[in-house]
Design a protein around this ligand. Structure first.
Ligand SMILES: Nc1ncnc2c1ncn2[C@@H]1O[C@H](COP(=O)(O)OP(=O)(O)O)[C@@H](O)[C@H]1O
Ligand SMILES: [Mg+2]
Length: 332
């Protein structure tokens, strides 16, 4: 057993390797996860789904070890799955069933008795926002309603850990917002651990406190999101009324570092003097500042910075999805 738990780790893996024939999908994953909301981020093919299937004991690992809530992923998959809710990325629903039967059925499959499963099915369908639609056939559902049904199936047995593989895939804005809010509630009010994967920074940022980034079967980053944010320079964001380039020239002539995005400029904070200097520059350039505030970097910015440090030529999140990682994995 690798769990000599000084802390209350919920998931732990050591040198976890998964090969599909000659193809290496997970290349020695060492991970220690505490309770909370954890985002698993990575481009397509990174190994996110494989990682989930390994820790659920759904596929055999090639080498290495792992445990979930103290149970061995190699030998105690059944026990693990009775404690974990799993929302797979593929469509796992029967279009012929009405929602309440589908959800009840997933409870019975893991050993709940029929009356308990029926009662819970109604509760969880309400929780995921499908109270009105619970007697409708799944075949008539939108993708948002199908994802919500999959979430209900995962929550039927009130699991300690919820694993959601790309829960926002194919959802429109409203369904996405509702899904993320439900996951957040599951962590905050339900006190459950949620692992969610995705390749959109925004989604993960809305639910998770920490993030594990996987690329080509390796962990490139594992950190708390608020700590990631500290790695990025503090900036002041201003928008000006006319004369943006004049303003930029003036700021730069005073030695400030400016990133300009049209009328909006972000200026690196060098000292307490930065804001007074910005105001002086506005007077000097004869421009009016319409808005001035601290700029909080989003995960997109943070990841561009991290990828930059890894020596990758990445300009946007979509580049990140196709980026070839050549550097060594880092874990600080
Ligand atoms: N059943 C399988 N057989 C062979 N290769 C697979 C199988 N499942 C996944 N892979 C490969 O393993 C790698 C990781 O896949 P996956 O875990 O699905 O990544 P992700 O979920 O991050 O998109 C990919 O290169 C994928 O093609
Ligand atoms: Mg996947």
């Amino acid at each position: 057993m690798i769990n000599d738990s000084k802390t209350n780790l919920v998931i732990e893996t050591k040198n976890l390797v998964k090969m599909y024939g000659p193809h290496i999908a997970l290349e020695g994953l060492n991970l220690s996860l505490e309770p909370g909301a954890i985002g698993i981020l990575g481009p397509n093919g990174a190994g996110k789904s494989t990682f989930f299937k390994c820790i659920l004991g759904l596929i055999t690992t090639t080498s290495g070890e792992g445990n979930v809530l103290g149970y061995d992923i190699r030998t105690q998959g059944d026990l693990i799955r009775s404690k974990i809710g799993y929302m797979p990325e593929y469509d796992s629903l029967d279009p012929e069933l009405i929602a309440v039967d589908q959800v009840r059925y997933s409870g019975e499959l893991i050993g709940m008795n029929p009356s308990q499963a029926t009662q819970r099915a109604h509760e969880v369908l309400e929780y995921v926002g499908l109270k009105e639609q619970r007697y409708r056939k799944i075949g008539t559902f939108s993708s948002g309603m199908k994802q919500a049904t999959k979430l209900a199936c995962a929550l039927i047995h009130d699991p300690e850990i919820l694993i959601c593989d790309e829960p926002t895939n194919g959802l429109d804005q409203r369904a996405r917002d509702f899904m993320l809010k439900t996951l957040r509630n599951t962590v905050e009010q339900g006190g459950r651990t949620v692992l969610m994967s995705g390749h959109v920074m925004d989604d993960i940022q809305e639910v998770c406190e920490s993030i594990v980034m996987i690329h080509k079967g390796k962990i490139v980053v594992h950190r708390r999101i608020d700590e990631l944010a500290k790695q990025v320079d503090e900036e002041i964001e201003i928008s000006v009324w006319g004369g943006s380039s004049r303003m930029q020239d003036t700021l730069e002539s005073r030695g400030l570092i400016v990133r300009r995005l049209g009328r909006v400029m972000r200026i690196k904070v060098e000292s307490e003097e930065t804001i007074p200097i910005i105001l002086e520059c506005a007077v000097e350039s004869n421009v009016q500042i319409r808005r001035l505030g601290e700029y909080k970097p989003d995960l997109e910015d943070i990841f561009l910075l991290i990828m930059d440090k890894l020596g990758a030529e990445v300009k946007t999140t979509s580049d990140l999805m196709t980026f070839e990682h050549t550097g060594e994995a880092t874990r600080e």
